[in-house]
Design a protein around this ligand. Structure first.
Ligand code: ATP
Length: 208
């Protein structure tokens, strides 16, 4: 790392908007992507202190026979008990934030992406100088998610309803990529945004 202030771009979007397709394209251009979802899963892997704390709090039945976290059992427990949900969030959020910070600090690409479906719903956005929203019409979000996950309209709509709506998300964006064309169009849009961020990254040096 240098003493240059690192440029961190938060990237978010609703389910099926194309965040992963977009971050894959940025990664192919050599940009480090820190994935908040991945970090959230890694902090509760077997051997991690957080998993031991969860098992001590909820009992061994919260673990699968292979030692992994039984996510379904945990979801059901916190659905029944709001206090348990709070306890879990108090345990995991600082760990997730710390791990995200460490990965951002170790990045040495010209700028770094923090990808998170909950960027705008959590304090993760405070780690970023700019927010890039991947935007798609809701009909496309639905169609793409259902094709990818083999899920029903009802399940997909329920997830969409639990997220920020499109207008709220767009209102908080510094930059937007509208992903309503084919993948080639998305890659073109990513390359243009990449150039903008490269230019910006040269200007974020504190003493230039
Ligand atoms: P989630 O929040 O559920 O993780 P996401 O925002 O990461 O979703 P992706 O997984 O990138 O969304 O995209 C959803 C599906 O739509 C994937 O199968 C992806 O390959 C496909 N897809 C994304 N963008 C396009 C596009 N422009 N043209 C065709 N297919 C696309």
């Amino acid at each position: 790392m240098t003493d240059r202030q690192a440029l961190i771009i938060g990237i978010t979007g609703g389910i099926g908007s194309g965040k992963t397709a977009a971050t894959d394209a940025f990664a192919a251009l050599g940009i480090t992507v820190v994935d908040a979802d991945l970090v959230a899963r890694e902090v509760v892997k077997p051997g991690q202190p957080a998993l031991a704390a969860i098992a001590a709090n909820f009992g061994q039945q919260i673990l699968l026979p292979d030692g992994n976290l039984d996510r379904k059992a945990l979801r059901e427990t916190i659905f029944r008990e709001p206090a348990a949900k709070q306890w879990l969030e108090d345990l995991l959020h600082p760990l997730i934030r710390q791990e995200i910070l460490s990965r951002l600090q170790h990045s040495n690409s010209p700028y770094t992406l923090l990808s998170s479906p909950l960027l705008l719903e959590t304090d993760q956005q405070t780690l970023c100088q700019r927010v890039l929203v991947i935007d798609a019409p809701e009909s496309l979000q639905l169609a793409r998610t259902m094709a990818r996950d083999n899920s029903t309209v009802e399940t997909t709509r329920a997830i969409m309803a639990s997220q920020l709506d499109r207008q709220q998300r767009l209102a908080r964006a510094d930059d937007v990529i509208v992903n309503d064309g084919d993948l080639l169009a998305l890659h073109d849009a990513v390359e243009k945004m990449h150039q903008t961020y490269l230019d910006l990254s040269k200007r974020t040096a504190p003493y230039e």
